[in-house]
Ligand binder design. Structure first.
Ligand SMILES: [Zn+2]
Length: 331
């Protein structure tokens, strides 16, 4: 047998040489083994749950499913360039499959949820948060606090039903004051792009459902339990990141400062049409990328591919690279 060459890895020659080796005869070109039982194709992942220790805390990523976004949601990148980035990342071209994650922080004393998924507002492939909470045996009533990165429906709609009933019944909710003011403002809604107009109605329903259990903070604030907020304006006016620290380890939860790993690390100036201030958004994104790259800080963001933990590498040409953290076998 000759040395391994490209031809050997081509399916046809690989299979025929495998059959030849197995049967020991060049005449045999197919090799059919008996099957034990036909097993149905499942067509879905097991529960989207991933745990990671952070110091003394345990963070559980709870997948809410995914949303497919067409190229028209990008404000300043051509479809050809988008497909180029997707192709470079070895993912299908033509649209972006956008994961939706929420995070459960167990401090040992408290359960703190960060964002809540999309409920049924973005199609049947999202809204899995309740299933995945159930899969880890956490009851919604045991959650003490909810931190909101921003009041888009894919971040708050999982907290209440279409009828206005809260689904995380005992939690206090914290959100930046600027976001609450913006998403409940009639004039901001009137000036918004058409696509985002209904999101204001959802924000008001959310506010009504939680009433005085919603508290606000302003920009950079110590929220207790080793968690502090930091402003990341641009995606929305009060868009917020959370720094989580425990026993010397740090995680930055950066909301929607980046919504596509395949596109925005290669092109950090790529903006979605619904960013309320694209220039601020680019600045926030580059700042997060630069700080995370310089300090080698662990980062996660709502729409990065599950389980969404990783690091940012800065390249010589000014672009960035997303480096997913290796799977942790022992949390
Ligand atoms: Zn989002």
């Amino acid at each position: 047998m000759s040395d391994l060459s490209e031809n050997h890895l081509n399916r046809r020659s690989f299979l025929s040489s495998a059959a030849t080796v197995a049967v020991g005869s060049a005449a045999a070109t197919t090799l059919t083994l008996p099957a034990n039982a036909a097993t149905p194709i499942v067509g879905a992942q097991a529960p989207l749950v991933y745990r990671r220790k952070l110091g003394n805390y345990e963070i559980t990523v709870l997948g809410d499913g995914y949303i497919d976004l067409p190229h028209q949601i990008w404000a300043n990148v051509s479809p050809a360039d988008l497909d180029g980035h997707l192709s470079d990342a070895f993912v299908p071209t033509g649209s972006i499959r956008n994961g939706v994650n929420a995070y459960l922080i167990n401090t040992g004393e408290k359960l703190i949820l960060v964002d809540s998924g999309a409920r049924d507002l973005f199609g049947p492939k999202a809204g899995l948060l309740p299933n995945n909470l159930a899969a880890i045996g956490v009851k919604p009533e045991d959650i003490d606090q909810v931190l909101i990165t921003h009041i888009h429906p894919d971040h708050v709609a999982g907290l209440f039903t279409a009828e206005g009933k809260v689904t995380i019944p005992n939690a206090k909710v914290l959100v930046d004051e600027a976001d609450l003011n913006f998403w409940t403002s009639e004039s901001a809604q009137a000036q918004s792009i058409e696509m985002s107009k209904p999101w204001f109605d959802i924000a008001r329903q959310w506010k009504k459902a939680f009433g005085d259990r919603i508290s606000t903070f302003k920009g950079e604030t110590d929220l207790g339990d080793g968690i502090s907020s930091f402003p990341l304006p641009g995606h929305t006016p009060g868009h917020t990141g959370f720094r989580v620290e425990s026993a010397g380890e740090t995680l930055l939860i950066v909301g929607d400062v980046v919504i596509s790993a395949a596109i925005q690390f290669a092109n950090p100036d790529a903006s979605a049409i619904w960013d309320t201030d694209a220039e601020d958004g680019k600045k926030s994104r580059r700042t997060v990328f630069d700080v995370a790259a310089k300090n080698r800080t662990l980062v996660t963001a709502t729409h990065l591919p599950f389980p969404s933990f990783g690091y940012v590498d800065r390249r010589a040409d000014g672009s960035y690279k997303w480096v997913p953290e290796e799977w942790r076998y022992a949390t």
